[in-house]
Design a protein around this ligand. Structure first.
Ligand code: DGJ
Length: 738
């Protein structure tokens, strides 16, 4: 093609490289995202492209076809006609812009994103490109940050209206990347309430594909995440390019394969029902997206995201602290409880060794079922037989920490708050707003509503001895409208709602740093990097069935660290699917994440209670490894019937391996489970046996025969020798019939 490249601009992490090309025309392109190569001039990546037919020439220059190029942050129709990264409507009604390079700057300090979640680390390199549209004077600032030790990059974008008139931003994405190939399979996380985060892998086809949310939250049915893998990529090898949006509202995650087998990857605020009026000198800041590339398969992708989320995004002082083993009363009592019943449960919780008791929904206002009282965040003193403070004191006297459930974003019609402020409901004038679970949503775009929640919850947290808060959200947003926004700003609602929520969370979590916050949205309906910035853990799903949880937790931990996933042992038959699984299997699966119990301990046999107490004691010993260990998904013989994972501590001398077989089968030949990334020459103790790392990785552990359905096996491995000479002695001793 007829292209001249002026400069190649690089951004590096320890092992990765992101390279840009600055064309003579001022257009900014991508050259490369992948393993670090140290090459300087990559201009040939676009210069050697052969021209395609029937595409517009750019700037009147023959065979300079922008639509064929891997563009860094394109608009639409000048002359690229693929899906744009940004779109504006200008005062004259036109939608075409032309942003070209002005300058770029490297820094080692990152500015916080105002009002939004953002990642940061000590060793970072920030690269910001300034682009300008000469006709309007408007600027786009593309900010990329390289997290050196994490091999992760982030991107966010700022739009500056430097013209004299207001414009409307119709689309302004956070992450945009063009790949010059479509030989990829795409992975998304999909599902529904109770079926969150099922991993969905399929080949790319020409056209647009992906997932999005229009629900006012990231949602149960889709997660703001996309991964692209080559057909041969497995858990342990192969190329992966993946991105996730650190945002909790409506999003778009799309891949567009164009006419020439190129793939455009996009992630950002969903342009659907979004429009932002930007006056002269006003600025719009997009949320941030995190992305990475690896050649070592999906486990490596997950481990990189886990470290990045834990160390660069989550700020809570609880982040690295052992998380308490909790008992939550929800599935034990639902709304049907009083002080006596809860205290009886709490005493049992203490006996089994739990550390935190969580009082779930139903403690406030006149709440006896889900039809009332949301908004009235004061105790139902009849139910609690006194004040909340006295109630909490009783729990504390049992030697337990105390946790409380709230659902602040919501309002019941039958509540004092509604009587006082019916106008605070999200609704369209002259239309009846829809209820979901009998509740309305509070208009968090309004400052007085935000202030009210901050004040009421601050008072609740300040005047009570609360260690943990479960922040729930049990419906999505309908009837989108705010009476305080002008007609031309109504499509700002969904983003303003999230900004309002973030302001409330910022104020409360920063003031009450001692409280361990867990967010929840009917389970994993808002499990995203945005919420993790404020709350270091999230309730993974309302489906507590062990078998269902294997799939949900596997998908969720594809990007999110296991310690961020709330996982509880519940009763059998399971309340959501009616399945009966053994206590052992339920426990192994719940211990993959942030562990607790959510069953009626008063209805558990003495033997089971004894077993639970042993499991709790054992978990306490292994807690550091189970909560903060590095996790691998292990390849299994039959993916449809098995799942296995391995966790290893930081010192690399302790491991836990878990294998779950869903259906027992007659007369199956024994299969082995091969472990990953052990030290080949080290010796590991497994019960009475010793094996070398090499043996464990190449031959593996014998999986016991499943004697019933939903059969779980756990191995605990400890490194005993890491000296080569000693290994031989050990092996000799074992082989000579020791
Ligand atoms: C939905 C949550 O996910 C459950 O755990 C429970 O807290 C209920 N809400 C209470 O209404």
């Amino acid at each position: 093609m007829n292209i001249t490249v002026n400069e190649t601009i690089h951004l590096y992490t320890t092992h990765s490289q992101l390279s840009f090309l600055l064309l003579e025309s001022g257009h900014l392109c991508f050259a490369y995202l992948g393993n670090r190569m140290e090459s300087s001039d990559l201009g040939y990546v676009v210069e050697e492209l052969q021209r395609a037919s029937y595409l517009a020439d750019t700037d009147g220059r023959k065979d300079f076809k922008l639509e064929q190029l891997p563009l860094a942050y394109p608009g639409y129709g000048n002359p690229d006609m693929r899906s744009p990264a940004h779109q504006e409507i200008y005062a004259d009604g036109s939608m075409v812009s032309d942003f070209r390079y002005v300058s770029h700057e490297y820094t080692t300090k990152k500015q916080p994103l105002k009002g939004l979640p953002y990642a940061t680390a000590e060793m970072i390199t920030c690269l910001t490109f300034k682009l300008r549209d000469e006709v309007t004077g408007n600027e786009l600032h593309l900010s990329y940050t390289a997290y050196e030790a994490y091999d992760v990059f982030t991107q966010s974008v700022v739009f500056k209206n430097l013209s004299k008139t207001s414009i409307r931003l119709e689309e302004i994405l956070s992450f945009h990347f063009d790949l010059l190939s479509d030989k990829f399979e795409m992975i998304t996380l999909n599902g529904a309430w109770g079926r969150e985060n099922n991993s969905n892998r399929r080949p790319l086809v020409q056209g647009t594909q992906g997932c999005d949310s229009k629900r006012g939250a990231s949602g149960h049915g889709q997660n703001p995440f996309l991964a692209f893998v080559t057909p041969e990529t497995t858990e342990t090898s192969g190329q992966v390019i993946a991105a996730t949006l650190l945002y909790s509202g409506n999003f778009k995650a799309a891949a567009e394969v164009d006419m020439h087998q190129n793939t455009r990857i996009q992630l950002g605020i969903n342009p659907f029902n979004f429009s932002w009026k930007l006056g002269p000198n006003e600025v719009f800041q997009t949320p941030e997206a995190a992305f990475l590339s690896t050649e070592h398969g999906l486990n490596d992708m997950s481990q990189k995201f886990h470290r990045f989320f834990q160390e660069c995004l989550i700020r809570s002082i609880h982040r690295d602290k052992a998380r308490p083993i909790l008992v939550n009363n929800w599935e034990a009592t639902y709304f049907d409880f009083d002080k006596e019943k809860i205290y009886m449960l709490a005493r049992e919780a203490k006996k089994i060794g739990a550390e935190l008791f969580v009082l779930d929904d139903g403690w406030f206002g006149r709440r006896e079922d889900d039809t009332s009282s949301l908004g009235d965040w004061f105790a139902n003193e009849e139910k609690l037989k006194g004040s909340l403070a006295e109630f909490i004191e009783g729990i504390r006297e049992m030697g337990l920490q105390f946790g409380l459930w709230i659902e602040p974003e919501m309002l019941s019609e039958n509540s004092r708050l509604f009587e006082k402020h019916p106008d605070w409901v999200v609704k369209i004038p002259h239309r009846t707003p829809q209820k979901i679970r009998h509740q309305y949503v509070l208009d968090l775009t309004r400052k007085e509503v935000q202030d009210h929640l901050i004040q009421v919850l601050d008072a609740l947290f300040s005047t009570h001895s609360i260690d943990y808060v479960k922040w729930d959200m049990n419906r999505n947003l309908t009837d989108i409208y705010s009476s305080t926004l002008s007609e031309d700003r109504q499509q700002e609602f969904s983003h303003r709602y999230i900004l309002g929520l973030y302001r409330i969370l910022e104020e409360l979590t920063q003031k009450h740093t001692n409280i361990l916050f867990e967010s929840c949205a009917g389970g994993g309906g808002r499990f995203d990097g945005g919420m993790l910035f404020y709350t270091p853990q999230i309730w993974t799903s309302d489906d507590t069935d062990a078998v269902e949880r294997v799939r949900i937790q596997k998908g969720t931990s594809l990007i999110y660290p296991p310690v961020t996933m709330g996982c509880h042992v519940s009763a059998v038959p399971n309340h959501q699917v009616g399945r009966t699984t053994s206590l052992e299997t339920r426990t192994l699966i719940a211990q993959q994440g942030n562990f607790g119990y959510e069953l009626d301990l008063l209805n558990v046999s003495a033997e089971e209670k004894e077993l639970i107490a042993q499991q709790v004691a054992c978990y306490k010993e292994e807690r550091q490894l189970l909560q903060f260990g590095k996790q691998w998904r292990l390849p299994v013989y039959d993916e449809s019937n098995e799942s296995a994972w391995q966790k290893m501590n930081e010192a690399k001398d302790e491991l836990v391996v878990v294998h779950i077989q869903f259906m027992a089968k007659a007369n199956t030949v024994s299969k082995r489970l091969r472990l990953l990334d052990l030290e080949p020459d080290a010796v590991y103790q497994i019960g009475k046996e010793q094996r070398t790392g090499n043996e464990l990785m190449k031959i593996g552990l014998m999986i016991p025969r499943a004697t019933n359905d939903y059969f779980g096996t756990k191995w605990k491995l400890r490194k005993v020798v890491d000296n080569h000479a000693n290994i031989k002695i050990d092996q000799y001793a074992r082989r000579s019939g020791d």
